[in-house]
Write a protein that binds this ligand. Structure first.
Ligand code: UD1
Length: 349
C-alpha cells in the first residue's frame, strides 16, 4: 500500500523534529520543510540517526508564496500537513511585533492558499498554544477547551489566536476539502531518549528547562526564578510540563483522525489541549530536576517577568478520549532525557 505523505513545516525545529520521528514510526512518508531560522541542518542528521533514513527535505520559507508553490509542485500528493513553522519567543514578539505578524500569519496563509487550490483536499494540524486562554479564572482550572479565550498578553499569543480564527474561516469556506485540527500545547520539555535531537535555543534560553539544564552544566551561573509572590502554594508560577515525545505522538493521532475523515464535517475545526493535567511550580521543576539527575542547579529568586500568567494547567480529557492519547511518560525520565541531551550537545558524554 502506498504510504500517505505528510508535510511537516518547521520540521527541523524542536517539536517538529520529534514529530517527524513519530510519523516515521507510524509508517508515514515525511516531507520536511524548514528555513533554519531557529534550527540547524544538524537536526536532519539527528533524525537520520534515529529513523535510519533521510526524509524528503526542502529548505524554504513558508511565508513566501513562490517557495510554497514550488513545494506543492514537487509534492502534489501531500495528504496532510502539520504546520509548526512560526516564531515563538514571547519577549521578542513584544519588541518585534511586525516580524511576528508577518512570519506567523503569512506562513499559515501561504500554506492554506496551496492546500485549498482547485482539485486539492487534505488535513491540516496547526500548532497552537495554551497562551490563547490567558490566565483562566480559578473556577476554569484545569483549563478545558470550553474555557473562554482571553485577550493575548503578547503579539506572539495574538498570532496564535488570529491563526486559529483564520483556520476556522478557511475550513468553513472550503466545505469538506480542508479538515483542520488545532492543538493547544502546554509547556513542552525534554528530548528524544537517543539524545540525537532536543531543544537547542539560540543565545540565552527564554524557556525554563533549557535554562535549568544550561545552569546544571555550568554554562549559566544561576537560574533566575521569576517571582515567588504569586498566589500559589510556594509562590512561584505553575505550568503543565509535557514531554515532547508524548506531544509528538498526539500529532500522529490527529493526522490519522484527519485522514480517516473523522473530523471536519461542515468545516468545523477541532481543538485539543495537549498537557498532562498536572501543574508544577517553577521551584518544583528545579527540585524534581535535581532529584532525577543528582545535579545541583543554583538559583535565586528575582522579580516577576512581565506578561507571565500565574498558573495554568490542562484538562486533557478531550484529547485522552477523542484522540485516544495520553501524556504518560514519568517526569523523572523526562528530566533525565533533557539532561542527557544537554550533556551530549556540550560534548560532555
Ligand atoms: C510561553 C508561552 C507559551 C509559549 C512558550 C514558547 C504564555 C503564557 N506562555 O510559555 O504559550 O508556547 O512561551 O516559548 O505566553 N521561568 C523562570 N526562569 C527562567 C525562565 C522561565 O522562572 O529563566 C518561569 C516563568 O516565569 C514561567 C515558567 O518558568 O513561570 C515557564 O516559563 P517558559 O518556559 O518561558 O514558558 P511559558 O512562559 O509558560
Amino acid at each position: 500500500m502506498k504510504r500517505e505523505k505528510i508535510l511537516v513545516t518547521g520540521g527541523a525545529g524542536y517539536i517538529g523534529a520529534h514529530t517527524v520521528v513519530e510519523l516515521d514510526l507510524a509508517g508515514f512518508e515525511v516531507v520536511i520543510v524548514d528555513n533554519f531560522s531557529n534550527s540547524t541542518p544538524d537536526v536532519l542528521d539527528g533524525l537520520e540517526g534515529i529513523t535510519g533514513k533521510r526524509h524528503h527535505f526542502m529548505e524554504l520559507d513558508c511565508s513566501d508564496r513562490e517557495d510554497m508553490k514550488m513545494l506543492f509542485a514537487k509534492h502534489p500528493d501531500i495528504s496532510a500537513a502539520i504546520h509548526f513553522a512560526a516564531y515563538k519567543a514571547v519577549g521578542e514578539s513584544v519588541e518585534k511585533p511586525l516580524d511576528y505578524y508577518r512570519n506567523n500569519l503569512d506562513s499559515l496563509l501561504c500554506l492554506l492558499y496551496e492546500m485549498t487550490k482547485e482539485g486539492r483536499s487534505g488535513g491540516l494540524v496547526f500548532s497552537s498554544s495554551c497562551t490563547v486562554y490567558g490566565q483562566p479564572a480559578s473556577e476554569n482550572l484545569p483549563v478545558s477547551e470550553m474555557a473562554p479565550l482571553q485577550p493575548a498578553t503578547s503579539p506572539y499569543g495574538r498570532t496564535k489566536q488570529i491563526c486559529e480564527d483564520i483556520l476556522t474561516d478557511v475550513a468553513k469556506a472550503s466545505g469538506d476539502k480542508l479538515r483542520a485540527i488545532a492543538l493547544r500545547y502546554f509547556n513542552p520539555i525534554g528530548a528524544h531518549p537517543s539524545a540525537l535531537i532536543g531543544e537547542l535555543p539560540r543565545g540565552v534560553p527564554q524557556n525554563l528547562l533549557p535554562f535549568v539544564t544550561q545552569t546544571a552544566i555550568g554554562l549559566r551561573k544561576e537560574l533566575s526564578v521569576f517571582g515567588n509572590d504569586y498566589n500559589t502554594p510556594d509562590g512561584s508560577c505553575i505550568r503543565d510540563y509535557i514531554y515532547v515525545c508524548d506531544l509528538a505522538k498526539a500529532h500522529v493521532r490527529a493526522v490519522e483522525r484527519l485522514l480517516e475523515k473523522r473530523t471536519g464535517k461542515g468545516g468545523e475545526v477541532e481543538y485539543f489541549n495537549l498537557g498532562t493535567g498536572v501543574g508544577l511550580s517553577v521551584l518544583e521543576v528545579v527540585n524534581k530536576f535535581m532529584d532525577a539527575t543528582g545535579v545541583d542547579v543554583p538559583y535565586k529568586i528575582v522579580g516577576r517577568r512581565a506578561g507571565d500568567v500565574e498558573k495554568v494547567w490542562a484538562d486533557p480529557s478531550k484529547a485522552n478520549e477523542v484522540l485516544g492519547w495520553k501524556a504518560d511518560t514519568p517526569l523523572e525520565d523526562v528530566f533525565k532525557s533533557a539532561w542527557l541531551w544537554e550533556k551530549r550537545v556540550r560534548r560532555k558524554l
